[in-house]
Ligand binder design. Sequence first.
Ligand code: ZN
Length: 242
Amino acid sequence: MNHTDFYKLNQRIKKQEYDELFLAVQAHGGCYQWAGGDDDEKPLIAVNPNSISPDPIDVFINKVEIVNGFLEIYGRDKNNDDEVDFGPEDVFTEGLGYIIDCISETDKVSDVTISMYDYKEVLADICYELGVSQVTINNNSRALIAKTIEWADEFDRLHKNTDWHEVDYLNAIHEFTRKKIAHYKGHIYHTCSCCGHGVFQYEKVDDEKNEITLTCDNCEVEIIGHEADSIYHKAEKILNPS
Ligand SMILES: [Zn+2]
C-alpha cells in the first residue's frame, strides 16, 4: 500500500533539529560544554553509531562544537563511560532537539526556532501562479499537486543558501514558477490566418505524444496536430506577456 514517505519526513525533521542546534551552539560562540562531573545535568540521548549497532547506545553528551562549519558532538557511554564516536546523523529523531533543551539561553539568544513559514509561502505562491495561469497538467489534479510540491522542493533546494535580504523573493518565486508553467502553457508569437492577430496561446499535454494545442488569443481558432507542433517549435515564446 502507498503511504507518506516517512523516511523523507524524518530526514526533514532531523535536518531542522541539526540546524537549530547549530544556531544554539553558535549563540555560545561555537562551543557548548556540560563541564561539571554531574551527569544529571548532561543531556542523555540514544545514538546508533554509523547506523550499524545492534542496539542503540545511551550517551551522556558533554560537548557540542562547530568544527569547520559542521557540528561535532562528544559524549560517553552511559553504561561503561567509554567515549563514543558518532556524528549528528547517528542520533535518533528528537535527540538533537533534546540537546537544545539542555543549552542555556544567552543575553541575546533565547530561541533558535527556524520558521517553516518560508516553505509554506513558496507552496502558496506556486499555487497562486498556477491558479492565475489556469494551467492543468494532463487534466489530472493529483499530477498538478505532485508537481506543485516537486517545484516547491526544488525552489527550496535552489535557494538553500540565498540571503533574502539580498534577493527579492517575490521576483525569484515569480520567475521560477513562470518558467515551470511555460513548459505546459503560455503564449507565442504567430499570426492568425483567420483574424490576423499575432498571439496564440499554447497548451501542452505532458505525455509521450506531447500534444500541443494552439488557440488564437483573439478569435479562438484552434490549431492542433502536426501543424500546431511545427508552429510551436518555430515560434518565439513570450515569457512575460503584459
Ligand atoms: Zn485569430
